[in-house]
Design a protein around this ligand. Sequence first.
Ligand code: NAD
Length: 820
Amino acid sequence: MYQERDQRPGGAPAGEGKARTMNRFQVKKVAVLGAGVMGAQIAAHLVNVKVPVVLFDLPAKEGPKNGIVTKAVEGLKKLKPSPLGVAEDAALIQPANYEEHLALLGECDLVIEAIAERMDWKLDLYKKIAPHVAKHAIVASNTSGLSITKLSEALPESIKPRFCGIHFFNPPRYMYLVELIATPTTKPEILDDLETFVTSGLGKGVVRAKDTPNFIANRVGIAGMLATMREVEKFGLTYDVVDDLTGKKLGRASSGTFRTADVVGLDTMAHVIKTLQDTLSAETDPFYASFGTPPVLSKLLEKGFLGQKAKAGFFKKVGRDILRFELESEEYVPAGQKADEVYGRMLKKPAGERLKLLRNSTGPQGQFLWSILRNSFHYAAVHLATIADTARDVDQAMRWGFGMKQGPFELWQEAGWLQVAKWIQEDIDAGKALSKAPLPKWVFEGPVAEAGGVHTEQGSFNPTTGQFQPRRVLPVYERQLFPELLRGEGGPRFETAGTTLHEDKNIRLWTLDNEVLIASLKTKMHTISPEVCEGLQQAVEMAEKDFQGMVVWSGDEPFSAGADLESTLPAFIAVGVAAIEDAEGFMQQTMLRLRYASVPVVSAIRGLALGGGCELALYSAKRVVAMESYIGLVEVGVGLVPGAGGLTYIARRAAENSATSTDKDLLKFVTEGFTAAAMAKVGTSAIESRKLGYLLDSDIIVPNKDELLYVAIQQAKALYDSGYRAPLKRLFPVAGRNAKATIQGQLVNLRDGGFASAHDFHIASLIANVVTGGDVDANTLVTEEYLMTLERRAFCELVQHPKTQERILGMLSTGKPVRN
Ligand code: NAD
């Protein structure tokens, strides 16, 4: 519940509160108004982060009054990519309608309005809800284009100071950006409170935008897309080539320009374009002339080819073929053409050289690329002062809302600020740019020109104050020890921060506080090689001696893509299978070393934790996990079995679970773990990974990726403070040979029914053998080492199998699984 600023919990005086005391504004429940595309998905995300939510829509004209909402909630289960961590959690969304349930609003600390984009409808609704909204609650609109200030004018005086814009991006679970927009009457602390909740509670990156049409990301992004479409026409390029040029190669979303438009929906895009056309003019935006709806877009809209949802847009998939729309013939013609290779090479060059090469290139593709980059720099510079406080806001918005690796200012600065500025101005003067508007003065003179760019150690440029402005200071940001930095921006970098205790090319062991040791993997995709294992063992050694605990955290995603198969190949070829057996044994020992360390080992997981990476997590004392984590034992995909303790873990967990149940049939407890490993299942979220058995209830899911390290360190310290002791080594019962026979019976059916190949059957049988404890009676007591021996044997047997070798080589050469 919202309390006044000086009433800090625990009576801490204002200003002395630390990140730990940031729960001034507690969001116990949220109301989302509108169960459309956005509202329903926002509600789903709230459930993902464990915030109770009530989802409202109009009462249905026929049938149950909550019909519109319940249908929308059902729809969430089928949507791809899934808005929910696990589909069944859709049931946790409380349905409501404005006729029967307005009183529920009184229980909510935050009301997010996400109804259709019509000022009159929104205003009507505000009138309807106003008497029911709790006195402390924040009310925020998810409008993409309407003026927040105009919307606020219809509100009673009591709500106005608690009203603002909260602009999510679609799909809200996955898009990191949320723009917050104040009106002149929004109380500043309301925005701070909301920013705190959105950042830490929802796990999003907040950018504060001014109340201008389409705010920051869509303004710059859609103007950029329109500009790109114009240049496409000018240079006569086809959509497939443009997407190849403007996707990954250019450091942008891999779907490029036109496929992105198809995914977003051409009607949605047309809507945002219309907002630009309706709310701006040649006076307020000197690029206005380039905002016309491109003829091809008009044609596609006219034909109802609205993109992916209509199964036709700029592109269309027919069977396995991708076709592209051709305006002249109004037909779909074969697509798949790639850009000239020379530009792919140019785009890999350092920024300064890259831009120079593109600018000087004579081919249309190179000229096109230079033009769209120049347009983006030009547009961002001309509009910076009106749409944002600082250049940082623009660059973050473009990274987080449009999936760009770098925002326009960062790239410009990296390429050489004044040189690029000169090129842009030359193009403007020569009439090549989309607008005659000159670059603002601050580009050429004063602090930006002197510093060589807008991002500096002191902060990012604010054209209104003429100064470099540091990031906003809010207690919540103390939880982000290494926030994502823009190029040129000052701030801590995890690669060099703290005190290094040991560093080689595989691992860095370091500390920030002399209390917790951090082990950061440096290998590609953070794979686990024997050298990494050595480093981890050394880390445990050091941590036991001088630290309270240890955290495995490697900065970037992924946590770890698994054991490094390639590194063991030379030894395998030279020495044979004995080398593999040694390497596996060493990995298993490393896992046991982590598990039985006298100080707690906490794994901080984000992104993939596969195979050996999953095992590393499983053998830690605790896991702190970003919501977007994908955990699983996937070895079957390369014809192997988990060989570094994964299967041993499954057997042990089965025993532990059965020990706390009255049901003593171990087979029941081992089946789920067996199935997950035998089918190489990977959780599509932290929540699903938990359902698969790879996380415990006591593990912590953290919404914001940048808070992982902070929380993991806190956890390690808390465990230590609570008197942590490693688990005692104990014997545990296994399900035995009869259970194995039962599992195998089911496998035979799968194989004979054509659902699994003979080799799959063989691998699954080996897995069944390990997780049930081999050829022993039910409830035989075993050690982890005993099971690990079975695991190793199975692994080594498979490594020598020609079909497994085929799978490994296939994966190493193409990155795709071989089905044999
Ligand atoms: P939508 O059309 O999918 O859903 C709108 C919902 O509003 C529907 O469930 C409908 O029943 C309800 N509604 C319609 N008229 C109403 C009325 N008079 N009173 C109360 N409810 C009414 O729309 P959407 O795409 O989810 O967009 C919702 C809001 O979010 C809009 O303001 C839009 O600009 C904004 N937005 C959309 C996106 C996007 O990509 N779709 C992204 C960001 C923001």
